[in-house]
Write a protein that binds this ligand. Structure first.
Ligand code: ADP
Ligand code: MG
Length: 684
């Protein structure tokens, strides 16, 4: 075999044929370098214990022992053979049983010493072990150390992957050091080669901790560098400056006065828009804080400066809602607001596109349909996206590219997910931040409570009472229908049961993501118009829906949701003048879970909730399954490593101050490019 290099394709490794090549490819592994960057998800402690007697019971342990007698196989029944024998050391003995592995008889020679790894049960002379892993003492392949556990896929066994990793390990010295030496010294970071070896095959837990720290730091550091570079690149782009800055005509026609926080945010945005470089601002505000009107102010400025605005929403429902709200907010100015979504007919879409191209629409609101090819603008200069975390950076870029010509549009991103400020600045390092930290006047906080499923009958009574008062009720389930994972309340079935058995006299409707857009829209319209009393749904109503008459939000299996998500759901009520309630139903007895849910009952401050969520669950809720357009981090978790994060941030700043393009840090530059591969060329 040729000597391995980092570039060697994995097909050159023993045992990698077309099938395994494909399986490896699914894991994103093509070369030896990929393999080395494929880190264990866990480790097993197979370091040798002193003696049999020193081994704790009921947990995996590794020890060496002598085979005291020949192993014997007995036939129990068809398909069931037991091979048993006894192993001993100076402190005790263990009866070992293997199921259907009669070959071990010849592998375990009486009088010889082996290392065993497995779980001990039964005490004293009756210690037992079933199906242990074993090898001859001193071999040190699967015992006697800390053994990596890799995430696997069908067709790739742990044993194989580990053996390939052992081969790949010989290339570790070829890995280039990306971190400047003085940085490694001041931040006490282990060298690259050491870290790549120790992350796979650590000699001790201490070494593993050192390796992890260094590799996590590297990730966070490169993430910071990349984001800062993106921000810098933006500075070189040009945009239409909105020189007309007068908002009076817009403000005086509104049905309400802006809060101080709204006004401040609008001013911050306006100041950006005046510049000949693209604005890139994140507008953050709790549910109901009134972000829409700030967006409207920006769109108004675009119009006053002869330009068009596009607003992108993550769902059709939200887009429709926005068109309605924005038409109300901007109607008095003479601006022409219009909708473009995928569910419109071809003819409607064509008509809309023609108007856009002709400049007869000033503000277009839509979903991803806005990104589709044939949509062209006359003079697009502002792009607004709602619910930022659902759009990737690249999607924002796609829309930006629609402005045509040299100039890029200004970008305003609205997010109702209150991300803690420190984290937001880090994550959205390429965005400036405005925060609406104040609710419009006259809101009564939503009364929130946590109950068990046994109280459901009383809850039904409460639903009746609210409906009797003329109010409306949301009931949210974690699943759409019963095909979904076991035991979760499903909107479809539960909704029908409520219709038939519980509230046959009330108007109960069901809405979820599997319905056609038209049907969904109809249900939402009916609910908004007060033609529905109880709306059973999934989280499709999570964002944006605005029905001030709704006063009760019930969430089934509340423990299935993140706190921030529950807070979003709760934000659907308490939008009008009526006292509103949020009832969380959960039978989960887990203490941690209950504590989480109680947090929600105790506070209505979205930022405090987000902080709590972050502490308890990690950022998965913000960033997990959702597209956030940021590179995937392998090791570092943004919440657990705040200290490291800040160190990495400072380090990135210092390095860029010396070397703005990383010209003198070639390996580092390469790593950053790699990390941001999906975001295009960040150095141009
Ligand atoms: P969100 O930030 O959740 O998108 P919206 O923009 O939908 O919030 O505003 C929530 C509600 O508050 C809307 O019904 C809106 O008309 C109202 N609202 C917004 N700003 C004010 C204000 N300054 N005074 C009174 N009501 C306001
Ligand atoms: Mg909104």
């Amino acid at each position: 075999m040729e000597p391995l290099t980092l570039h060697t394709p994995l097909t050159s490794l023993p045992g990698v044929g077309p099938a395994r090549e494909k399986a490896l490819d699914k894991l994103g592994l093509r070369t030896v370098a990929d393999l080395l960057a494929y880190f264990p998800r866990d480790y097993e402690d197979r370091t040798l214990r002193e003696s049999i007697a020193a081994c704790p019971l009921e947990e995996p342990v590794c020890f060496s022992a002598l085979v005291a007698e020949p192993f014997r196989t007995s036939y129990v029944r068809r398909g069931m053979e037991l091979t048993k024998g006894r192993i001993v050391d100076g402190t005790g003995q263990v009866e070992v049983t293997f199921f259907n592995q009669s070959y071990v008889r010849s592998a375990l020679t009486p009088g010889e010493t082996y290392c065993f790894y497995g779980k001990l049960t039964g005490a004293g002379r009756r210690r037992q072990m079933i199906n242990p892993v074993f090898e001859r003492e001193g071999e040190g392949r699967v015992t006697g150390g800390i053994v990596p556990v890799y995430p696997l896929t069908a067709g790739i066994t742990a044993k194989r992957l580990t053996s390939w990793q052992r081969l790949a390990a010989q290339c570790v010295p070829q890995i280039q050091e990306t971190l400047p030496e003085d940085l490694r010294r001041t931040c006490r970071l282990a060298p690259a080669a050491f870290s790549y070896r120790a992350i796979h095959f650590p000699q001790s837990w201490e070494d593993l901790a050192k390796a992890r720290r260094r590799l996590m730091f590297e990730e966070l550091f490169c993430l910071n560098l990349g984001l800062t570079l993106i921000r810098g690149r933006r500075g070189e782009q040009t945009a239409v400056p909105f020189l007309r800055q007068d908002l009076d005509a817009f403000l005086s026609g509104l049905p309400f006065t802006l809060t101080d926080a709204q006004l401040r945010s609008a001013r911050e945005a306006a100041a950006d828009l005046k510049q000949p470089v693209p604005m890139n601002r994140l507008l953050q505000g709790d549910v109901g804080s009134g972000k829409t009107v700030v967006a409207a102010a920006c769109a108004y400025l675009a119009w006053a400066n002869g330009c068009q605005t596009a607003l992108m929403a993550p769902t059709e429902l939200l887009a429709q809602q926005h068109v309605k709200t924005l038409s109300d907010l901007l109607g008095h100015t003479g601006m022409r607001v219009s909708l473009l979504t995928g569910s419109m007919t071809a003819a409607q879409k064509r008509a809309c596109r023609e108007k856009l191209a002709a400049g007869e629409i000033d503000l277009i609101v839509g979903t991803h349909a806005l990104l589709s090819e044939p949509v062209a603008f006359r003079r697009l200069a502002l792009v607004i996206t709602d619910e930022q975390h659902r759009f990737g950076v690249d999607q924002r870029a796609a829309l930006s590219a629609k402005s045509g010509g040299e100039e890029r549009p200004h970008v305003l991103v609205m997010s109702a997910t209150p991300i803690p400020r420190t984290l937001a600045l880090m994550i959205y390092g390429d965005l400036d931040l405005s925060v609406i930290d104040q609710l419009p006047p006259g809101r009564t906080p939503v009364d929130t409570m946590l109950i068990g499923g046994d109280k459901r009958q009383r809850l039904y009574g409460f639903v009746r009472k609210q409906v009797g008062l003329g109010r409306q009720v949301y009931l949210v389930c974690p699943a759409v229908d019963q095909e979904d994972p076991a035991g979760m309340k499903a909107a479809e079935q539960y909704g029908r049961q409520l219709q038939r058995e519980v509230f046959p006299d009330l108007r109960v409707a069901i809405v979820h993501g599997k319905l056609k857009a038209k049907e969904k829209q109809q249900v939402m319209e009916d609910f908004a118009a007060g033609r529905i009393d109880v709306l059973v749904s999934t989280t499709v109503i999570e964002v944006g829906v605005d029905v001030p008459n709704a006063s009760l939000m019930i969430v089934e299996d509340a423990d299935r949701f993140g706190l921030s998500q529950l807070h979003q759901l709760r934000g659907r009520v308490g939008r009008g003048k009526h006292q509103s309630y949020c009832v969380l139903i959960s039978d989960n007895r887990n203490e941690q879970t209950r504590k989480r849910l109680k947090t929600l009952c105790a506070t209505t401050d979205g930022f405090a909730i987000a902080e709590e969520d972050l502490k308890l669950r990690g950022p998965g809720d913000f960033f997990g399954a959702r597209q956030h357009g940021l590179p995937q981090l392998k090791l570092a978790s943004l919440e657990g490593d705040m200290r490291l994060l800040h160190e990495a941030q400072d380090a990135a700043r210092a390095v860029l101050a010396q070397d703005p393009d990383l010209q003198n840090h070639a390996p580092l530059r390469q790593r950053v490019e790699q990390l941001f591969r999906e975001n295009g060329d960040i150095f141009n």
